[in-house]
Structures are given as structure tokens and as C-alpha cells.
Design a protein around this ligand. Structure first.
Ligand code: NAD
Ligand code: WQD
Length: 338
């Protein structure tokens, strides 16, 4: 009997790609999603790609009775917890909504897991917990901080999960700190589908390329980087998805709670990304250098050594694949899943 993994937020961008890797690895997948930032179509396409069935439940992680019924009627081995709101600007405007959804939602979820005796958890954390790093590359021992409610919700969850583990060492928890996920499944069937104007760089560039936006605003051209634009550690979403499968294997080693950077260790600037995307789509893309975006740091990239040695995971796909796959998805689905 294959193991069942409950995937909260499994219809979202990273969750849908992870479902494919889970199915490929022989797990059964149960998705719980309220579709606040996604579409059930994503799960239909996951099934099409994998040639396997995925059970999907529309519902909220804050719904304790629903969680109890899910845990009592399924033999869940572990939970991969993607469900959360993720827009930094929105979190500044609506902090209570973010704390309710992300922090309270995680408390309700863990409470239900504890009642059900399911104590294996992979949590979607973020490189945002490093704030403005004092040096680079960033390793997991760096001090953490937050500059906005979204980032603070991730930090609070990491801390509450630490407390939970202290109270009951039977919990096994992987805190996966993602750097900048980009790209899409190579089929072009699933990808990132922002509901509004994209906040993130890659989907914005992709929408310029497909004609939905006129030009890219490059936020700042005077950073202390090789070309003056911000540098980030972009990681292909399929590599990231793979990291979750490795983390599940690691949970089985009864290793307690641990944070892992999931990044490539390589930093690219905004203009590097734009040029690589131009190559992938065969078009020249218009851009203008505008003011810095408040809260942005100049550079951020991972030291991915811990994940390499302890999870036996490292990123394989480079910038060319990230752009080619993002473009295939965008070109074939100019309006996303709509
Ligand atoms: P996403 O918005 O595409 O996916 C999140 C999913 O969770 C969506 O399908 C949404 O409908 C669902 N959801 C939200 N609140 C829910 C709730 N209360 N109950 C049930 N479902 C709910 O985002 P993503 O990019 O796939 O991110 C997944 C996770 O990874 C998030 O927790 C995010 O904070 C984290 N993360 C994302 C990035 C990134 O750049 N994409 C970086 C670091 C961390
Ligand atoms: C990347 C670079 C921008 C858009 C955010 C969250 C972080 C994490 C990942 C969830 C920066 C520049 C962007 C645009 C631009 N999410 N940019 N024009 O800011 O590294 O991280 O997403 O956890 O918490 O903060 O990613 O894609 O927004 O920006 O010039 O239209 O692109 O200034 O240098 P970021 P991003």
C-alpha cells in the first residue's frame, strides 16, 4: 500500500508541481485547497500529466471539523503544508487576514494532526525569514528577522513548530526555506497563474512577453550588484518540488525539526533574468528602470550545502530551463487556467 500525503494548498503554484513529483515517487496524494489563489483545473492537469488520480477536497485549513474528518477517513502518513497567503504588499495592508490564514491556519492544522497522531510535517517557509542578510551566501544558521506581516507569519510558524517539537519530540518537521521559485512543468500544462498584476519578477516578464503587460518596471538600477539591479537565487519549481520528496524521506529518519535552504546558490540580476527570458521567447522585451521597491534587499542567494548533505538534494535545472519552461506555460496559457 502506498503512503498517502495530505497536501494543503496543493492546487497552487508550488503545490501542483509537487503533486506530480509525489505521484511519480509512488505516493498517493490528497489535496486540500480553498482555491483562494488557485483553480481546481490545476489538479485536473496534474492528473493528466501523471496519469494517476488525485483526491481533492475544497476546504480551509482553519476548518477543524473538516480536518478531523479528513484524518479519520484517510491513512495519512505526512502533511506537506503549502496553504497560505503570500503577497507581501497585501500582508502590510491586511495583517490580520495574513495572521489568521497563515498562523492560525497552521495552529488548527497541527492541532488536528496531533489529535490524529500524524506527526510528520513539511512546511513551506521562505528565504524572507533572513531579512536583509549581513553576508552571502545565506546559510541556515543566519539570524532571522521579518520586515512585513507575511515574513513575520513565516517566522512565527517556524517558531511555533519549534515549540511543538519541544513539547512532543515525536514530531518530525522539515522547514523548507525556498528562495525564488520560477519556471513550470516542461509539459506547459501547469505553471504560475497570478490572480492579479504579478508581484514577482518572472511571471511579470512572462506577461510582458505574451503581450498582457507593456513593459517591465525594473525596481532599482543603483544596487551594489554587477549591473545595479537586484540579485536573487531563482530555483526551478520542478527542482523545488523534488526537494519536498527528499524532505519526506528525511522525516522517516526521525530527525526532529530542521530548516533547509532550497536554492541553487547562484544569484542572477533582474537584467540577467530579462535577457535569459528574451532568449527563451525570441522577442525583445521593453523595460524601464524605476525606483527601488520598498523593503527589497540588494542581493539574496543560498548556501544550499545542508540540503545537499542531509537531504541528498540539489538543484539540477539552470536558467535556460527556468525561462524556457515558464515561457512554454505562458505562451500556451496566455490567460493562465482561465
Ligand atoms: P499559491 O498561492 O500558488 O499556493 C497556495 C495555495 O494555498 C493556493 O492554492 C491557495 O488557494 C491555497 N490556500 C491559501 N490559504 C488557504 C487556506 N486557508 N486553506 C486552504 N487552502 C488555502 O502559492 P505558492 O507560490 O504555491 O506558495 C506555496 C507556499 O510556499 C506558500 O505558503 C508560500 O508562502 C510559500 N512560499 C512561496 C514562495 C514563492 O515565491 N512562490 C516563496 C517562498 C515561500
Ligand atoms: C525579484 C527581483 C525585485 C518585480 C518575494 C517575496 C519573498 C518570496 C519570493 C514568498 C527583485 C525585482 C520584481 C518587478 C522588478 N515569496 N522586480 N520588477 O522580492 O525576491 O521575493 O517572492 O515567500 O518573500 O518577498 O521576489 O520576484 O518579487 O523580485 O524589478 O516587476 O525582481 O526588485 O530584485 P523577491 P520578486
Amino acid at each position: 500500500m502506498s503512503k498517502t500525503i495530505l497536501v494543503t494548498g496543493g492546487a497552487g503554484y508550488i503545490g501542483s508541481h509537487t503533486c506530480i513529483k509525489l505521484l511519480d515517487a509512488g505516493f498517493q496524494v490528497l489535496v486540500l485547497d480553498n482555491y483562494s489563489n488557485s483553480s481546481p483545473e490545476a489538479t485536473r492537469r496534474v492528473q493528466q500529466i501523471a496519469g494517476k488520480t488525485v483526491a481533492a477536497i475544497r476546504g480551509d485549513i482553519n476548518d477543524a471539523p473538516l480536518l478531523d474528518s479528513i484524518f479519520s477517513s484517510n491513512d495519512i502518513h505526512a502533511v506537506i503544508h503549502f496553504a497560505g497567503l503570500k503577497a507581501v504588499g497585501e500582508s502590510v495592508a491586511q495583517p490580520l487576514r495574513y495572521y489568521h490564514n497563515n498562523v492560525s491556519g497552521t495552529v488548527v492544522l497541527c492541532d488536528a494532526m496531533q489529535r490524529a497522531g500524524v506527526k510528520n510535517l513539511v512546511f513551506s517557509s521562505s528565504a524572507t525569514v533572513y531579512g536583509d542578510p549581513a553576508s552571502l551566501p545565506i546559510n541556515e544558521a543566519f539570524p532571522t528577522s521579518a520586515t512585513n506581516p507575511y515574513g513575520r507569519s513565516k517566522l512565527m510558524i517556524e517558531e511555533l513548530l519549534g515549540d511543538l517539537h519541544v513539547s512532543d519530540p515525536d514530531w518530525n518537521i522539515a522547514l523548507l526555506r525556498y528562495f525564488n521559485p520560477v519556471g513550470a512543468h516542461p509539459s506547459g500544462l501547469i505553471g504560475e497563474d497570478p490572480a492579479d498584476i504579478p508581484n514577482n519578477l518572472m511571471p511579470y516578464i512572462a506577461q510582458v512577453a505574451v503581450g498582457r503587460r507593456e513593459r517591465l518596471n525594473v525596481f532599482g538600477g543603483d544596487y551594489p550588484t554587477h549591473d545595479g539591479t537586484g540579485v536573487r537565487d531563482y530555483i526551478h519549481v520542478m527542482d523545488l518540488a523534488d526537494g519536498h520528496v527528499r524532505a519526506l524521506e528525511w522525516l522517516n529518519s526521525q530527525a526532529g525539526i530542521r530548516a533547509f535552504n532550497l536554492g541553487t546558490g547562484i544569484g542572477y540580476s533582474v537584467l540577467d533574468m530579462l535577457k535569459a527570458f528574451e532568449k527563451a521567447c525570441g522577442k525583445t522585451l521593453d523595460y524601464v528602470i524605476s525606483d527601488r521597491r520598498p523593503g527589497d534587499v540588494a542581493s539574496c542567494y543560498a548556501d544550499p550545502q545542508r540540503a545537499a548533505s542531509e537531504l541528498d538534494w540539489s538543484a539540477r535545472l539552470g536558467l535556460e530551463a527556468m525561462c524556457a519552461d515558464a515561457w512554454r506555460w505562458q505562451e500556451r496559457n496566455p490567460q493562465g487556467y482561465k
